[in-house]
Design a binder for this molecule. Structure first.
Ligand SMILES: [Zn+2]
Length: 183
């Protein structure tokens, strides 16, 4: 029987742990619908909110599965960004809708205290399953597209540093606020 346990804040993996560099495993619909997976999804959402993340991939909480959660809503780490509704992406696939890219700041809960400018596709087409196993099919642009590309990279063993190309904007948060914010 399912008990109404309170949700749990999970420990977040930091860069250097091998799980962040593995390609994660697909999730079957049967596994997705299991009580333990549904509970894990709730815990991921709770963990993302606790640390003011705009997204969290399962391998960031030591679970090598194709699952990510995202939400942007009045986030103190990203105060100037448009809202993104709470979304659970299972087995996501993304396709750029054009070659157009733009650079903007990213941080990562697994790479604490740093920010850097990362080029990302501006418009992407996303297919995935939601937490109930229903098909998702949508277009994302701007910061929404950026967050999805960041999480999708995690599920494929990559982090934003791999996408920077040049590290001249890489900054600690304190220096980011002092020298880069609003410039
Ligand atoms: Zn990250």
């Amino acid at each position: 029987m399912l008990r109404n346990l309170p949700m749990a804040i999970l420990k977040v993996t930091r860069l250097g742990h091998p799980v962040l560099r593995k390609v994660t495993d697909n999730i079957s619909v049967k596994e997705l619908k299991s009580a333990s997976m549904q509970r894990f999804i709730d815990d991921m959402i709770e963990t993302m909110k606790e640390y003011d993340g705009v997204g969290l991939a399962a391998d960031q909480v030591f679970t090598s599965k194709q699952l990510a959660v995202l939400e942007v809503a009045n986030n103190p780490r990203y105060p100037d960004k448009g809202k993104v509704p709470l979304t659970v992406l299972v087995n996501p696939k993304i396709t750029p809708m054009s070659d157009e890219m733009e650079a903007d700041w990213e941080g990562c809960l697994s790479i604490p205290d740093l920010r850097g400018q990362v080029p990302r596709y501006k418009h992407i087409h996303v297919t995935a399953l939601d937490r109930d196993g229903h098909k998702l099919d949508f277009v994302a642009k701007g910061f929404h597209a950026r967050v999805i590309q960041h999480e999708y990279d995690h599920l494929n063993g990559k982090v934003y540093l791999d996408r920077m190309g040049d590290f001249s904007t890489l900054a600690f948060l304190q220096e980011f606020s002092r020298y880069w914010l609003n410039k």
